[in-house]
Design a protein around this ligand. Structure first.
Ligand code: NAD
Length: 420
């Protein structure tokens, strides 16, 4: 298993990061081993009847990195490139993220190798329900609570809730988060990740003594996270000049009309062809001058090739793992970019997922204002703690964020001891 996982480039990146952090914390070798490897790696085959009558078998994975601090929490991804190594890496990052944010969860992640864009809604429903059925023995409100990620949304969560609840013979909203409001989803969950990204961007601008209003941003990815980050930054008065997605990229030096862009995407399925800006090469977009660069799409997009050419003051990692270790080293050496590392930057989603779980367990609901203000408090506390830690330990933000998370998990493992 170790060899299989390390054969995957994304897992290797997460493992290398962990090793660096463990060295920094001088973790005891025995605790270090226990922290590094996932507790459960589950793969299920998913036969699905396609619309044309064929039976197609998909593979779905769920990795539960640790259950030492509570149930695992993490998204479910639908993407053609999903494999078990990538899922395990994302689960590991979730683990440090939950600890960094002080949430009573371990990290988990799931994924199904499929292309939802090429599937009908009916095919997606049958695939999602089959996955929920196969994975049911391994999940539950006190074991593993899933949420949306790339390629999935509230509807997919509703199908999982329904499948799990039918199996249990009772309504179990607390088994899943990011679900529709009418199924006891939380106010503010849909926009939580992007909202949190934008909120942290304002905190970072203030630390750099840069004005919030009138500063400029570029965003890669216009899905759940990217679009809400764009909308919230726009409300703060941050001028969004460039946006890309899988269809292409658009640029307007005077700032994009983000409401019009949202309507264009809703109508056309992507940002390409937006009349309120000019087309630009997606790779070139990342190199344009701006105050804030927000990668909000996939992993490994800030690389050895482009890291030295970035022209931003703040790199807000909305996506998981958008910066390769080589690029990370270049950015640290440059010293002119304020990094908001992914484990903190996109933690708004899991934090409001936690709020959703708590509300469900209490059969109680909070207003959107309550949710977002509690979210701001949590993010602000984690952000200030991180800056203080980095100042005291003289380390970069990524190392500081990961070290805070890893240290807490290591302490828990040490205190609980090793059974038997
Ligand atoms: P999504 O599927 O809603 O959107 C993904 C976006 O990325 C789409 O706009 C897509 O067109 C774009 N994209 C894909 N390939 C691209 C490319 N090569 N270049 C430019 N754009 C490209 O996914 P999401 O939920 O917004 O997640 C985005 C990232 O944020 C992922 O890394 C995910 O793990 C992370 N994240 C999501 C959440 C959440 O609450 N949804 C929480 C934490 C982290």
């Amino acid at each position: 298993m170790k060899k299989d996982l390390l054969g995957n480039s994304v897992f290797q990146m997460a493992a290398e990061q962990f090793d660096r952090v463990a060295d920094f914390l001088e973790l005891d070798e025995r605790v270090r081993e226990r922290c590094k490897w996932p507790k459960r790696v589950i793969t299920v085959s998913l036969p699905v009847t396609m619309d044309d009558g064929r039976t197609e078998v998909f593979f779905g994975h769920r990795v539960q990195h640790h259950l030492s601090r509570g149930p695992v929490k993490g998204g479910l991804r639908f993407h053609p490139n999903v494999d078990v190594g990538e899922v395990a890496a994302l689960a590991m990052w979730m683990n440090w993220k939950c600890a960094l944010m002080g949430l009573p969860f371990g990290g988990g992640k799931g994924g199904i190798a499929c292309d939802p864009r090429a599937m009908s809604l009916g095919e997606q429903e049958r695939l999602t329900r089959r996955f929920a059925q196969e994975i049911s023995p391994f999940i539950g409100p006190e074991i593993d609570v899933m949420a949306p990620d790339v390629g999935t949304n509230a509807q997919h969560m509703a199908w999982i809730l329904d499948t799990y609840s039918t199996r249990e013979g009772r309504f179990v909203p607390e088994v899943i988060t990011g679900k529709p409001l009418e199924l006891q989803g939380s106010q503010g969950r849909n926009e939580a990740t992007g909202y949190g990204v934008a909120f942290l961007v304002t905190q970072a601008l203030q630390k750099l003594s840069l004005p919030i209003e009138g500063s400029s941003a570029i965003v890669q990815g216009f899905g759940n996270v990217g679009s809400h980050a764009v909308a919230t930054m726009n409300r703060y008065g941050i001028q969004v000049r460039g946006v890309s997605d899988i269809s292409g990229a658009v640029w307007n030096a005077q700032g994009l009309d983000t409401d019009a862009l949202q309507k264009h995407v809703a109508h056309n399925g992507g940002v390409a062809g937006f009349p309120g800006g000019e087309a630009i090469d997606s790779e070139e977009l990342l190199l344009q001058r701006c105050d804030v660069l927000v990668p909000a799409a996939l992993e490994r997009v800030i690389t050895q090739e482009n890291a030295s050419k970035l022209n931003c003051r703040i790199l807000a990692e909305a996506a998981n793992g958008p910066t390769t270790p080589c690029a990370d080293a270049i950015i640290e050496e440059r010293g002119d970019i304020f990094l908001i590392p992914d484990v903190l930057c996109n933690a708004g989603g899991v934090t409001v997922s936690y709020f959703e779980w708590v509300q469900n367990l209490q059969r109680f609901s909070w207003t959107k204002q309550e949710v977002l203000s509690k979210l701001e408090n949590k993010l602000n506390e984690a952000f200030e703690n991180l800056l203080e830690f980095c100042h005291q330990r003289q380390c970069g933000h990524r190392l500081g964020a990961l070290a805070t998370g890893v240290d807490l998990v290591a302490q828990v493992k040490q205190t609980r001891g090793l059974f038997p």
